[in-house]
Design a protein around this ligand. Structure first.
Ligand SMILES: Cc1cc2nc3c(=O)[nH]c(=O)nc-3n(C[C@H](O)[C@H](O)[C@H](O)COP(=O)(O)OP(=O)(O)OC[C@H]3O[C@@H](n4cnc5c(N)ncnc54)[C@H](O)[C@@H]3O)c2cc1C
Length: 434
């Protein structure tokens, strides 16, 4: 029997009643496997189109990454736009960027339209630069406006430091389209909407295998079977060998977050914005203020899932104090980890795996907008409305490196961290000279 883990979101979650375990045989048009944001959004898109849907969740609704993340809902994908452009060309990169914006809008509109409780959406995201190169940031702003029709505001050192009281940051870009929110309450709200539209959710009901015969599929759990016309795999970083070749195409990567005690004026003097903040590091630190005077801070990725709360608290406190030394002595009240599914190409797996079997997964560290739009294009395809899922044709099931995958990923990450440190040290030396 799975229970929600102890984190900020579960401590502030809206009421939700447990869903039953699947027992016996059930029929549906579509079976969605996985009850994170990808699975829930897929189910909602499908029931809204009149399909009968059963969703199977191995643990609880949004028990995985979707219920314990940073809560940033922003344009873009886990893979950077320039890399997408290099692989797919400018036109395709534009189309994919547009989809990512639609993903942000889906979440915002769903909250507004259904007045979902406890989501606390708050507009604004600051991307801050930890070294002194405002020109490159202004070029990026201009390119985003010209080529992707996306406006951002440039903030110079004075403007950034007026908002964030630290000498670590030099420049920033403000995205007013993005927002941050309570992801677990959002998912619980979506789960209620699915049920209100006739969808059925089962918890503590892991899929064990899928058997296909002609155009029917049997999704088998410990105590039941779902007979359906289509199956959508939405397992995120938590899927095991039961997902077959899909599992061999992603790596589960762990990442971490902490919540501080109430810091009162110490925090208000330090962070003078309600925007979410993320730095430019390749493996970025990101944070936001919650409950008025507490810091929710995230960062680090590892291929081994560190779950020792004391160690996590220590690790992320060091990161916080590196940026805001004036907060020395702060207490961490909660520390937690979560798994993300990453493909080697860092784009999601969205598309048909075999007739009637779909993937909508591997959203990496950027799933809050991409999972909802991934869900929409898969639902459109199942209902014969569009072939927008083909925009992801360039991002198939590349082998994850098998037993060597985690070591390779950790080496790449360490290399990226060293590059960040080198660039920042150079900038600090330059600043000291002037
Ligand atoms: C600490 C952290 C911070 C993050 N911050 C951000 C952020 O600020 N913004 C952002 O955009 N993204 C962020 N991400 C990434 C984001 O959370 C994920 O990309 C997104 O939640 C993925 O959703 P999902 O539905 O694919 O996966 P999940 O939410 O992990 O859901 C997958 C579900 O599938 C279930 N499952 C697995 N196997 C089976 C099976 N056999 N049968 C049935 N069910 C199964 C699991 O139990 C799980 O509930 C963060 C992630 C973490 C961990």
């Amino acid at each position: 029997m799975f229970h929600y883990s102890n984190n900020y979101y579960t401590a502030t979650m809206r009421y939700t009643s447990p869903r039953p375990t699947l027992i016996g045989n059930v029929q549906a048009d579509v079976c969605v496997i996985g009850g994170g944001l990808a699975g829930l959004s897929t189910a909602l898109e499908l029931v809204s189109r009149g399909r009968s849907v059963v969703l199977l969740e191995a643990a609880r609704v949004a028990w995985g990454a979707s219920g314990r993340n940073g809560g940033f809902v922003l344009q873009g994908w886990s893979e950077g736009l320039s890399s997408i452009e290099r692989r797919c060309g400018t036109e395709m990169a534009r189309a994919l960027f547009k989809l990512s914006l639609e993903g942000v809008d889906i979440v915002r509109e769903t909250i507004d339209q259904h007045q979902l409780q406890g989501c606390a959406p708050t507009s604004g995201k600051l991307s801050v630069l930890r070294y002194d190169d405002g020109d490159s940031l202004q070029r990026l702003r201009d390119r985003m406006a010209k080529e992707f029709n996306f406006e951002m505001e440039y903030l110079d050192t004075h403007a950034i430091r007026a908002r964030l009281n630290t000498e670590r940051y030099f420049h920033g870009l403000r995205d007013s389209h993005g927002f941050h929110f309570h992801p677990l309450n959002y998912c619980l709200g979506v789960a209620d909407l699915i049920e209100a539209k006739g969808g059925v959710l089962y918890e503590n009901s892991p899929m064990i295998r899928v058997k296909s015969q002609g155009d029917r599929h049997q999704v088998v759990t410990q105590q039941g079977v779902i007979d359906c016309g289509s199956v959508v795999h939405c397992c995120g970083g938590y899927g095991g060998p039961e997902f077959g070749r899909l599992r061999r195409a992603f790596l589960p990567i762990a990442t971490y977050a902490v919540l501080t005690e109430h810091l009162g004026d110490r925090l208000r003097d330090t962070i003078r914005t309600t925007d979410a903040v993320g730095d430019n590091r390749r493996a970025s630190d990101y944070y936001r203020v919650v409950d008025g005077d507490r810091l929710l801070w995230g960062g680090h990725i590892t291929t081994r899932n560190v779950q020792d709360e004391k160690r996590l608290a220590h690790m992320l406190t060091d990161d916080i104090l590196n940026v805001f030394p004036q907060l020395r002595g702060l207490q961490i009240e909660k520390a937690w980890s979560g798994l993300m599914g990453y493909a080697r190409h860092k784009m999601p797996h969205i598309g048909m795996l075999s007739p009637g079997i779909w993937a909508c997964t591997s959203f990496g560290g950027h799933g809050m907008n991409t999972a909802p739009i991934g869900a929409r294009v898969v639902a459109e395809a199942i209902c014969g409305e569009s072939d927008r899922y083909r925009l992801f044709d360039a991002y198939g099931l590349e082998w994850n490196g098998g037993p060597f995958g985690p070591a390779a990923a950790q080496t790449v990450y360490t290399g990226l961290k060293l590059m960040d440190m080198f660039q920042e040290a150079r900038s600090t030396r330059r600043a000291a000279k002037h």
